[in-house]
Design a protein around this ligand. Structure first.
Ligand code: BV8
Length: 224
């Protein structure tokens, strides 16, 4: 059975109204990465980081999957293909559309204890000194992989890519590692590679095929 690995980035959720990071006016134009997406930033000013993720958690809770998410769910449920979705996104829209996905950068819906590594469903608003339900320490943080932290499920992802016949990247700028290196791993594995994006990314050169346009239009056409 043909094995497909799909890597999604913020661009697949853009038409669900969730801001991307590096497009015009994106999240990294409004906030310094060092302040809101690093462990050092969280140690320095936990209230600022909780505020950043509380706002994104509320936006994600109000967002709905778009036609691209739904098309990937159809593909994953179709007979005849073994489809793995690896997402850099933390918004939960793949699951809301009926997919299962590997979340390599964590999830807005999750909370993590910095002291004992316990995980639990995050409240809509997390605050400084959020108590861990397991060890009771005031060390709750968003269950998000920040810069300088090891993304989740890397061994599983590497195994899927090593065995895949087709690797498709959808809506990612190819600027953040290790995700940006996955296409090279797919090329080494002899897989066919396809990039779906509004425009060229930093890794477009490494893909054999390209489909250009908004994900909500291009992905359903490609899937169906
Ligand atoms: C690691 C948190 C090692 C979640 C994110 C120096 C010091 C430390 C590390 C490094 C360093 N130099 C390099 C690194 C590695 C670093 C890195 O890659 N830095 C970059 C900036 C150079 N990576 C890391 O730190 C990673 N960890 O290396 O650990 C290690 C080893 C041993 C032990 C411990 C550690 C961790 C990376 C994860 C960081 N967390 N975010 C959150 O807040 O959401 S990354 C951040 O960027 C987002 O999570 C996002 O997932 C990721 C990628 O962004 P994209 O999804 O691609 O979004 P972007 O806005 O960039 O692009 C949108 C795209 O969509 C565009 O191409 C656009 O054209 C397209 N688009 C827009 N609209 C549409 C569309 N396409 C189609 N349709 C549309 N409608």
């Amino acid at each position: 059975m043909p094995k497909i690995v799909l890597l999604t980035g913020a661009g697949i959720s853009a038409e669900s109204g969730l801001g991307t990071f590096r497009d015009e006016g994106g999240l990294w134009a409004q906030h310094r990465i060092e302040d809101v997406a690093t462990p050092e930033g969280f140690a320095r000013n936990p209230a600022l980081v909780h505020g950043f993720y509380n706002a994104r958690r509320a936006q994600a809770a109000a967002a709905t999957p778009n036609a691209a998410h739904h098309a990937l769910a159809r593909l994953q449920q179709a007979d005849g293909f073994d489809v793995t979705i690896v997402t850099q996104n933390v918004d939960g829209l793949h699951e809301m559309a009926g997919s299962t996905a590997i979340h390599m950068h964590g999830e807005l819906s999750g909370a993590l204890c910095a002291a004992c590594d316990h995980r639990w469903p995050a409240p809509l608003e997390m605050s400084v000194g959020e108590p861990c339900p397991a060890c009771k320490a005031p060390t709750g943080r968003p269950d998000i992989v920040w810069f300088g932290e090891m993304p989740y499920h890397m061994d599983t992802i590497a195994d899927h890519i090593a065995e895949c016949d087709l690797f498709v990247a959808i809506g990612t700028s190819g600027q953040v590692y290790p995700a940006a290196g996955f296409v090279q791993e797919a090329n080494y594995a002899g897989a066919h590679t396809l990039e779906i994006n509004l425009r060229d990314s930093d890794t477009s050169h490494a893909f054999r095929d390209h489909l250009v346009g908004p994900a909500s239009q291009v992905v359903p056409r490609w899937v169906d």
